[in-house]
Design a protein around this ligand. Structure first.
Ligand SMILES: *Cc1c(COP(=O)(O)O)cnc(C)c1O
Length: 388
């Protein structure tokens, strides 16, 4: 996304740049008369194959074999990340399927700032005696890699949520793999436009396609992408047995959303950078976290490792929790709503969320959408000025 960065060199998409892959991948073949887009297939059952040996015939049941609509989305995201993609009913559905690959008793090292749902799932596994979990600060490369040496699974997320800390993913993915751990990266925040973890050694990438891939806050969908086809097949089997299959309409809409992901993210990212600079200069704001700000603790790494700084930022208000609540209440354009990655800008007072009580009182997370940046600023500035 960074115009100064070399484009398309590691997109896992041959010579095409990721910005082109989002538009061109997962289409029907070049047969005259075919629609350009793979249609929305509403089917559980397909007519049975009559020819060939019985054991090699596909069942023709969508939970087992998928549908054209799922496959179109999976091939596009697989091409972007450089692996074999499997779509699930939600991001957490994909995450649960990945965790189900592990036998009882496995040792997991996970990002302490990982998505709250992932941490809750991990904690539940601990209380059920399924596995052991150690949480680490993944921005600390040495500590994370030392912990990974005695782990079966290294669960990474960067930039982190909601503080936007940046981990050294190439060092962690390669180091974790060398240490013998299976390395998984939740790439929801960055998207494959900004970083491609499989290219630097991760075994599996997971996405909440509910967020930037879908992009319109109108669907739930998850995707896991495996570096090798074998692991991809195991994930497909988890989907078949676990049953967390994507809805047909959701898969169709997620691919439709993916088509514009590059332009949406470009706009959101440009506006996030501008808003971060203006918020930092505002007297009501005590701190801004955005990896694009030169003084941000994550800036050096993000500039070196990512193709852009993303469309997420967080900031703290001097007035603490009451000021943060008041801001959320009084904004007129920016929605006070959870979730992220949509065309609309959403703000959330994170400490009010379950599992987020450890965060600074006045911390707000902003997902910057596609509105005009001056309208977003007018909205923020008007309320910040009234907080006193
Ligand atoms: C939202 C989110 C998830 C969970 O995805 P769902 O689609 O809500 O199930 C996982 N990881 C991250 C980073 C997320 O933001």
């Amino acid at each position: 996304m960074n115009s100064a960065a070399p484009a398309g060199d590691s997109g896992g998409s041959g010579s095409r740049r990721p910005q082109t892959v989002v538009v061109a991948a997962g289409r029907t073949s070049a047969i005259p008369g075919e629609p350009l887009n793979v249609p929305l297939v509403l089917a559980s059952s397909f007519r049975a194959e009559q020819e060939g040996p019985a054991e090699s015939r596909v069942t023709g049941y969508s939970r087992e074999d998928g549908t054209e609509t799922w496959t179109a989305l999976e091939s596009a995201v697989g091409e972007l990340e450089g692996g074999t993609a499997v779509a699930f009913s939600s991001g957490l559905g994909a995450i649960a399927a990945v965790l189900d690959l592990f036998a009882a008793g496995c040792r997991i090292v996970a990002a302490s700032d990982a998505y709250a749902g992932s941490r809750a799932l991990l904690a539940e596994g601990v209380s059920q005696g399924r596995w052991q979990v150690r949480l680490v600060d993944v921005t600390d490369t040495d500590t994370t890699l030392a912990a990974a040496r005695s782990a079966d699974l290294l669960w990474l997320e960067s930039p982190t949520n909601p503080l936007l800390d940046v981990a050294d993913l190439p060092a962690l993915c390669a180091g974790g793999r060398d240490a013998g751990a299976l390395v998984v990266v939740d790439n929801t925040f960055a998207t494959p436009l900004l970083q491609r973890p499989l290219a630097v050694g991760a075994h599996i990438v997971v996405h909440s396609a509910t967020k930037f891939i879908g992009g319109h806050s109108d669907l739930l969908l998850g995707i896991a992408v495996a570096a090798d086809a074998d692991t991809g097949a195991r994930l497909r089997r988890r989907r078949m047995l676990g049953g967390a299959t994507p809805g047909a309409l959701e898969a169709y809409l997620a691919l439709r959303g993916l088509r514009t992901m590059a332009v949406r993210l470009e706009r959101g990212q440009a506006s996030a950078g501008e808003l971060a600079r203006r918020l930092r200069a505002h007297p009501a704001v005590s701190r801004v976290r955005y990896p694009g700000l030169p003084e941000d603790p994550g800036h050096k790494r993000a500039a070196a490792l990512m193709d852009g700084f993303g469309a997420m930022l967080s900031f703290e208000l001097r007035g603490g929790a009451p000021a943060a609540d008041a801001l959320c209440r009084r904004l007129r354009l920016i929605n006070s709503a959870t979730s992220l990655g949509g065309v609309e800008s959403n703000i959330e007072h994170r400490v009010r969320k379950r599992g987020q009580e450890h965060l600074p009182e006045g911390l707000l997370r902003l997902s910057v959408g596609c509105e005009h940046v001056e309208d977003l600023w007018d909205d923020l500035d008007a309320v910040l000025g009234s907080l006193g």
